[in-house]
Write a protein that binds this ligand. Structure first.
Ligand SMILES: Cc1cc2nc3c(=O)[nH]c(=O)nc-3n(C[C@H](O)[C@H](O)[C@H](O)COP(=O)(O)O)c2cc1C
Length: 347
């Protein structure tokens, strides 16, 4: 009996050959990409599909004019969707080739992704199923310690995706960052326009932050112990009492510059850290307010980092309670609302 011929390098396997002739399951891939986190669940992205090419646009109509006038968090959110798209494409056996900010005339055109059949091993080890499990968990973490090694590994995973993700292991730096995060929250709570904007992005049928993802006022923390954004009218029980300030690990996502490409990369890194943390059974909460307030953003940049890098997002990670009620998925807009035929014009 002759042994079956072993494929030589360059030979295509039957399934690769079939895939080359078939089309990528773009709808499934974009549905997974749309599960990405976004500031206030604004989902500020639009897709244009032409054959095997997908263009990603930021949607200027979904910018938060008070808290995000320059569109930083908007583009970071698009970066998270771009990373989700790459993980989703790879899980379907398609290699995403990404050009970031491909049109210098149009900053809202944040990426072009060509899907080609090919090896996808270099996209890391995150399982696309994790996308369905990921949540923003605003409940308190348990006091079970997060070892430095874990925080370092999450930071390394994030840095692979283009931002500089620093593990905050120094107690002094941690104290400074948390003090500034608290100060930003206090300043925003005094700003009527910011309060109105936060309230506008609540409980939409397809977007906004749902009340069952926000801890109830009864379980709210003492002001000095809290770090999460003040959302009103939460219905989520959170019986734990550990103060935010002392438990959990902290990561600071930074970039070398402060432009669309840098923000996009930060979003990709955020998504990579978040999916990895989810896969490891950890909860994650981004704290973006400290970078939404001019004064606290400058203080982190100059006083904490000494201008070493441009800080873009602070992220808490920790262990959720074993008996914590699973959070339902937050809502998403239907894919049909997110597809465009033409360019989204530069604003
Ligand atoms: C750039 C960015 C900034 C965010 N900032 C905060 C924040 O300051 N506080 C907060 O509670 N959630 C924050 N979030 C989480 C979003 O509110 C959350 O992703 C969105 O409501 C969708 O919910 P999900 O992540 O559970 O799918 C942020 C998310 C992103 C991508």
């Amino acid at each position: 009996m002759t042994a079956p011929a072993r494929p030589r390098s360059g030979d295509r396997t039957v399934s690769e050959g079939a895939r080359a002739e078939s089309r990528p399951p773009v709808e499934d891939i974009l549905t997974l990409a749309g599960r990405a986190p976004s500031v206030h669940n604004t989902q500020p992205w639009l897709w244009r599909v032409r054959g095997t090419t997908v263009d990603l646009f930021g949607d200027p109509n979904r910018r938060l004019p008070v808290q995000d006038p320059e569109g930083r968090n908007l583009v970071i959110s698009c970066g998270a969707a771009l990373h989700h798209l790459q993980v989703a494409a790879a899980s379907h056996g398609w290699l995403p080739r990404v050009r970031r900010v491909p049109d210098p005339e149009n900053p809202w055109h944040v990426a072009t992704v060509r899907l080609a059949p090919g090896p996808t091993a270099d996209l890391g080890t995150v399982d696309a199923q994790t996308i369905w499990q990921r949540r923003t968990d605003r409940r308190r973490f348990t006091s079970w310690p997060v070892p430095e090694g874990r925080v370092n590994r999450l930071a390394a995973e994030g840095t692979l995706w283009g931002a500089q993700v620093f593990p905050v292991n120094s107690l002094a730096v941690r104290r400074d960052l948390l003090r500034l995060a608290y100060e930003a929250d206090r300043l925003q709570s005094l700003d009527e326009a910011a309060r109105v904007e936060t309230a506008q992005w609540r409980d939409g049928s397809a977007d906004g932050v749902p009340s069952d993802h926000v801890p109830t006022a009864a379980s709210a923390m003492e002001p000095a112990d809290r770090l999460s954004r003040r959302f009103e009218g939460g219905t989520l029980a959170d019986p734990r009492r550990e103060p935010d300030t002392t438990v959990g690990g902290l990561l600071l996502i930074c970039s070398w510059s402060d432009d669309t490409l840098a923000w996009l990369r930060c979003g990709e890194s955020l998504s990579a850290v978040w999916l990895r943390a989810t896969q490891d059974g950890m909860a994650l909460l981004p704290l973006s307010q400290v970078f939404e307030v001019e004064r606290t953003r400058a203080a982190v940049h100059e006083d904490v980092l000494g201008r070493l890098a441009v800080p873009q997002l602070l992220v808490r990670v920790g262990w959720p309670a074993l008996d914590a009620t699973p959070l339902p998925p937050s809502p998403r807009r239907p894919l049909s609302d997110l597809l465009v035929d033409a360019d989204v014009p530069g604003a």
